[in-house]
Write a protein that binds this ligand. Structure first.
Ligand SMILES: [Zn+2]
Length: 221
């Protein structure tokens, strides 16, 4: 595999790529970059991501992960990203709808993690939850309540359900049209979250108070 030099890639393109790339794809891609390109990419990350990435084990250099990262980088450079959810809403791609009105829609996930896994999306394109109009965000949560009741009452036979909403590639977002997952849960279904090695370790109150005060200063309407 050729080493990536990124000479013709702008910092703006790199930053967009780093917002969107999945962590494991990035780790595989970095293993195919020249040392100079690796340094440049790491310096475009947030300071804490850079710190984590410098000490993380980058795992196996899987070719499909490198190819996915390379394709994403090309799309970011060319500005040619096709939004599959907008294509679904415009009828250019199929989906199994459960609900649709003027501002929100719900349909079955094409790659269900558990039986009955579905998605709620705003009908107006918004990459992140932070870009969704507040009234629409409230409507999404209201629909999540109704659909949560529906999956619980249905013959799926689930014992609970999760809501999951990822913002950014580092958080596990792979389609950049904001979407809320509803995941029906079953005892022994094999799905779960993986926690870092230090968890659970109680934090110092002083540090939590400092973080809360810091975040309060950033809280806007
Ligand atoms: Zn879209």
């Amino acid at each position: 595999m050729r080493p990536f030099t990124l000479e013709s890639t702008s910092d703006a393109t790199l930053r967009l790529f780093l917002k969107r790339v999945r962590t494991h794809d990035l780790m595989a891609f970095l293993q195919c970059c020249t040392p100079e390109a690796v340094e440049r990419i790491l310096r475009c990350l947030s300071s804490r991501s850079m710190e984590f990435m410098r000490t993380a084990h980058w795992g196996v250099n899987a070719p499909e992960r490198v190819a996915r990262a390379e394709a994403l980088l090309e799309q970011c450079a060319a500005g040619t990203e096709e939004c599959i959810f907008c294509a679904i809403l415009e009828g250019r791609a199929p989906a199994s709808f459960i609900y649709r009105d003027d501002t929100v829609a719900a349909f079955m996930d094409l790659y269900p993690v558990t039986p009955g896994h579905l998605l709620i999306i705003p009908t107006a394109h918004a990459a992140s939850l932070t870009e969704v109009a507040p009234a629409v965000a409230a409507h999404i949560m209201e629909l999540a309540q109704r659909l949560g009741r529906a999956v619980s009452a249905s013959n799926l036979g689930c014992d609970g359900f999760n809501l999951f909403l990822a913002n950014g590639g580092a958080a596990g977002q792979d389609i950049f049209h904001s979407h809320l997952h509803i995941l029906p849960r079953f005892h022994g279904d094999g799905f779960g979250f993986r926690f870092p090695g230090h968890y659970p370790q109680e934090a110092k109150r002083e540090m939590l108070d400092q973080q809360a005060a810091h975040l309060r200063a950033y809280l806007t309407e």
